[in-house]
Design a binder for this molecule. Structure first.
Ligand code: CP
Length: 309
């Protein structure tokens, strides 16, 4: 069972809570392509998205996940809202609370923004990415994709590769994968991965071929140019030749390796175009699974709020 008011990160979730979400997502997936299977379980719920940073996948999949279950779904449109007049996050949340919002989904550039909102509103809060801290629903859809393709997590070798130091996706995946029994290696240039990340219960490597050796899953991460003060490598061509994943480097991995990426991809930088569109890639499947996982999260949070009425 998922009994919490909010979903703020995977750091605090138990493996049972994670599995409840993944198993609920399994029931949801067939509803994406088959509207006749959809039910209006959320017809009494209202959902508002507050995205202080841009998004295609997370925002759209949450909005569709709500509408596929009959909820009222609205986007605040942060740049055209009273946030532009200086209204604080807490006052914005309290205002939306008064309008009867049941679930708020927030993406914000500041670590801890979702936690601050959750403490100050009655609505359930879902963290859709806070600074470099966590992006729990991305990690949950990644976990779901791995479970669907590999049958489980125990002993799986998962390599997460690229801009680790700025990545909330890497952190949430490290928390989730290690709780479920996978072995995780975070790999990248020394300017983008720090040995201090071993405290997350993972290995850290700057040797890409060594890290990928015998991997079951290789997850590339986008270089987050918007979060860099200085270029962390001399130029993009050098980065892709030393740290990019292409067909040659993928030969070190297991024959049935999964190639994943949260998107959006810098094509030809972290992954080559052949790898993105190749037989090992499950990047488009991740997008579809994102809708199923977000349908599951909205359903579980709305069931909890019904129990409280
Ligand atoms: N993976 C991810 O969060 O993508 P968006 O920024 O498009 O939501």
């Amino acid at each position: 069972m998922y009994g919490r008011k909010d979903l703020l990160g995977l750091r605090d979730l138990s493996s049972d809570e994670i599995m409840t979400i993944l198993n609920t997502a399994k029931e949801m997936k067939e509803k994406i392509d088959n509207p006749s299977l959809r039910t209006n379980d959320l017809s009494k719920s209202s959902i508002v998205t507050l995205f202080y940073e841009n998004s295609t996948r997370t925002k759209m999949s949450f909005m569709l996940a709500g509408e596929y279950q009959g909820a009222i779904v609205k986007d605040l449109g942060v740049s055209t809202s009273s946030v532009s007049k200086g209204e604080s996050l807490i006052d914005t949340g309290i205002t939306l609370d008064q309008m009867g919002t049941n679930i708020m989904i927030i993406r914000h550039q500041l670590t801890g923004a979702a936690h601050i909102l959750a403490k100050n509103v009655k609505a359930s809060v879902i963290n859709a990415g806070d600074g470099s801290n966590e992006h729990p629903t991305q990690a949950l859809l990644d976990l779901y994709t791995i479970m669907e393709r590999k049958g489980g997590f125990n002993g799986l070798k998962v390599v997460i590769l690229g801009d680790i130091s700025h990545s909330r996706v890497a952190r949430s995946n490290a928390f989730g994968l290690t709780k479920l029994g996978a072995q995780v290696t975070l790999a990248g240039p020394s300017t983008l991965v720090s040995s201090s990340m071993q405290s997350l219960g993972v290995k850290v490597s700057t040797d890409i071929a060594g890290a990928i050796h015998d991997a079951d899953v290789v997850m590339g991460l986008r270089i987050q140019f918007e979060r860099q003060k200085n270029m962390p490598f001399p130029n993009l061509r050098e980065y892709s030749s030393l740290f990019g994943v292409n067909d040659e480097i993928l030969k070190y991995a297991k024959k049935d390796v999964l190639v994943m990426h949260p998107g959006p991809v810098n094509r030809g930088v972290e992954l080559s175009t052949e790898v993105i569109d190749g037989k090992h890639s499950v990047i488009n499947i991740q997008v579809k699974n994102g809708v199923a996982v977000r349908m599951a999260i909205l359903k579980l949070l709305s069931e909890r709020s019904k129990r409280e009425v």
